[in-house]
Design a protein around this ligand. Sequence first.
Ligand code: FMN
Length: 316
Amino acid sequence: MRLGEFSWEHPVFLAPMAGVTDLPFRLLCKEQGCDGMCTEMVSAKALYYRSKNTRTLLQTEPSERPMAVQLFGSDPELMAEMAASLEEQFDFIDVNMGCPVPKVVNNGEGSALMKDPPLVSRIVEAMARRLKKPLTVKIRAGFDGGSRNAAEIARRIEAAGGAAVAVHGRTREQYYSGRADWEVIRQVKEAVSIPVIGNGDIFSGEDAARMIRETGCDGVMAARGAKGNPWLFREIQAALAGEPIPPRPSVGEIRDTVLRHSRLLIQYKGEYTAMREMRKHLAWYTAGFPHSSALRGRANQVETMADLLALLEEFF
Ligand SMILES: Cc1cc2nc3c(=O)[nH]c(=O)nc-3n(C[C@H](O)[C@H](O)[C@H](O)COP(=O)(O)O)c2cc1C
């Protein structure tokens, strides 16, 4: 598939996850073969008011490219204006039409947009008109079981100038529960001729290969499967190339990655924030290890890099 100046056979993307896919984590995924990444979701309104937190969300490095920024909002003109202000810094602009969180949905943003197809058209039109770079949109299967309108929404996105659509095969009502419905990804693929990126429940290389086989999607996007597991990308790339799947990371490799992740976090966010954020990553990296619940308990008390090194010494 093609997107602007980039082309791939079947690209493997890291899905945006607020609170997870920040710059340090993305750098680790990139090293493991991820083809394209996205910032965590950024509010168009917050961007307009230049909030400090938003500036942190927008941090990128050239080595991450191709790189997208994801905006959420519902005002077509503001979305277009903010997208245009970021166009130089990013390769693609993505719009969030999938976020299920009440604070966002109650504002008519995120997945709430799927309840208002004409507004979807107006947002995409206004943005595509202002942008030279490709505009992509991330949607869900629908808002709830009674309105699984992903194919209709995707058709509108295409007609309004969207360059690709990513589909998470769950409704807003489902949040992240149950199994993602890949049939809806297949329906979207049949409905439009722009590239379709499938998302939902890719936890292994084989899952990604099966999603492409079963839905015909052009690319795949993984989210939760990558938490504490940037190696997912090398496994997916091997599966898609028909090569043997690399072995799971050794304990030493996990330990080295935890250290690199911590140092990158310190570099970009300072030790205080880095150590607090590292606690959850450490729990994901070590899930399933013997004594992992004891380690999690201790990880929650880590305040400094020295604490973390002592903990790693003891557990690895
Ligand atoms: C903690 C968390 C944060 C998320 N944040 C975002 C976000 O900022 N933007 C977005 O479009 N989707 C967000 N998502 C949804 C994921 O991108 C993805 O669509 C969903 O998790 C399904 O993929 P998976 O089954 O591979 O996890 C988030 C999901 C999780 C679990």
